[in-house]
Design a protein around this ligand. Structure first.
Ligand SMILES: Cc1ncc(COP(=O)(O)O)c(C=O)c1O
Length: 258
């Protein structure tokens, strides 16, 4: 029997979400997309306000992105790794050029969570210390390390035990942050605006305060720009609003344009 895609999704991927979609009348199958619009297989058009949580900053299928991807697929889909990839090297140089001063080196991964994993490991390797301070309401991904920095019981509890050495402080509270940093702290991770936490904008001066505090205490500042980066807040990076240069910056989503 040839089952429709919605039924296959419900049976083999996520019955809970399928139930919710049915309840909200969105038990439809997507067909194609263009700019801000998505069409389902029955020809209904939707205005996409979600933008894949900050991934589609250029909209769906921006012609320049499609053209560049097609060109590379025709030429060489994957780098062989034992030779240097020109697009990768040029992208790294472009990122060094456009990110805040001092960010010169790039590590490429496949997702936001993977960028956060890399930031945790780099911070630990550089400082020789294990501790990371994160914020209430923060979201940094769902792989084990990133999940450990995402203090949400629904996500964390089924996966315990988590990474040790993580402290959680209220977002926007510099005093609590100062009290949480100790001699075991490698880094503080913070979103310039909390995305999944509810589009929470911190009090003015917070990011600058985090920068000053971390510098004073000799710990690293990780700006998680996975959602705020690449123009999402109206500046190229969320930290640009306060002229802050973090030690590590995580990017994903809009960097790949989907
Ligand atoms: C701030 C932030 N960090 C990390 C992530 C994880 O990114 P990914 O879903 O690509 O693993 C997200 C995803 O929403 C995010 O918003």
């Amino acid at each position: 029997m040839d089952l429709d895609a919605f039924t296959l999704f419900e049976r083999h991927i996520n019955p809970g979400l399928a139930g919710l979609l049915r309840f909200t009348g969105l038990d439809r199958v997507e067909s194609h997309a263009e700019g801000p619009y998505v069409w389902d297989t029955q020809g209904k058009r939707y205005l996409d306000f979600l933008g894949l949580y900050g991934t589609l900053n250029l909209g769906h299928r921006h012609p320049k992105v499609v053209e560049a991807v097609k060109r590379q697929l025709d030429r060489m889909p994957m780098s062989v790794r034992v030779l240097v990839s020109e697009p990768t090297a040029r992208l790294a140089a472009k990122l060094a050029e456009i990110t805040p001063e001092g960010l010169e080196m790039v590590f490429f991964g496949n997702s936001g969570a993977e960028a956060v994993e890399a930031a945790i490991k780099l911070a630990r390797a550089y400082t020789g210390k294990p501790g990371i301070v994160t914020t209430q309401g923060g979201f940094h991904g769902k792989t084990m390390g990133a999940l450990s920095l995402t203090p949400k019981p629904e996500y964390q509890d089924p996966a315990r035990p988590l990474l040790p050495g993580v402290k959680v402080v209220p977002y926007g509270d510099l005093e609590a942050l100062e009290a949480a940093i100790d001699e075991e702290t490698a880094a503080v991770i913070v979103e310039p605006v909390q995305g999944e936490g509810g589009i929470r904008v911190p009090p003015e001066g917070y990011l600058r305060g985090v920068r000053e505090l971390t510098r004073e205490k000799g710990v690293l500042m990780i700006a998680d720009e996975v959602q705020t980066g690449l123009g999402r807040t109206g500046r190229l990076f969320g930290v640009d609003w306060e002229g802050v240069s973090p030690d590590l910056m995580t990017l994903a989503k809009a960097l790949g344009a989907g």
